[in-house]
Ligand binder design. Structure first.
Ligand SMILES: [Fe+2]
Ligand SMILES: [Fe+2]
Length: 208
């Protein structure tokens, strides 16, 4: 489905951007709860559920922040078409918890860390301080979601005696379609426990 072009200088462009992010946040609520419901056959410590319930709660807040901004701009969530990419990743990794952790928090949510500062800068230029505040809240909280992904991915690699870096490369190449896109937010990715040698080799199709 065609998704409208997003020009941040216009009100319609900002509505399209906010709609796209609201859609991602709503998908993220489902994804963080899906990881708990779908993989109950994999025994995990109680902290695993604590982390994803916390993340789902934060995503619900993020969605509400953006839905409120859309309504303040005479729009609403559901007003525009939206991408299906995030849920497709959930389906692709429905049978592999390690792959789910690698693709959803460690690739897709980490990508959010890369692109959000640029989006904040664009909206600052457009003098949209309420939306800037919402995005800053989201940006601050998303680091922890990526960190939960990294933490539990490493936990499972330890359980199966797999090298985390090699396992990450293997699973992302198998389950994620396409190369990762630089520029990367090196600082926030490091804060979330993802070092450059995890993502740079995946930025092209080259074998490492
Ligand atoms: Fe979020
Ligand atoms: Fe998140």
């Amino acid at each position: 489905m065609d998704v409208p072009r997003r020009r941040p200088g216009t009100a319609a462009g900002r509505r399209a951007i906010l709609h796209a992010i609201a859609h991602i946040e709503l998908n993220a609520v489902d994804l963080h709860l899906d990881i708990l419901a779908r993989f109950t056959h994999v025994p995990m410590p109680p902290g695993f559920a604590d982390d994803w319930v916390q993340a789902a709660d934060e995503e619900a807040k993020h969605f509400t922040l953006l839905a409120d901004r859309l309504e303040a701009m005479d729009s609403f969530y559901g007003d525009l078409p939206a991408h299906a990419g995030m849920w497709r990743a959930a389906e692709d990794t429905a049978n592999d918890l390690e792959a789910r952790l690698a693709v959803v928090p460690m690739v897709l949510e980490a990508r959010g860390l890369d692109v959000t500062p640029g989006m904040i800068a664009l909206l600052e230029k457009a003098d949209d301080s309420m939306t800037v505040a919402a995005l800053k809240t989201i940006y601050a909280e998303e680091v922890a979601h990526v960190a939960y992904g990294s933490k539990w991915f490493h936990f499972l690699c330890g359980r199966h005696e797999n090298d985390p870096k090699a396992q990450f490369h293997k699973l992302v190449r198998k389950y994620f379609h396409g190369a990762l896109k630089p520029p990367f937010n090196v600082e926030k990715r490091a804060e979330a426990g993802i070092p450059p040698d995890f993502y740079w080799p995946l930025a092209t199709d080259s074998e490492i």
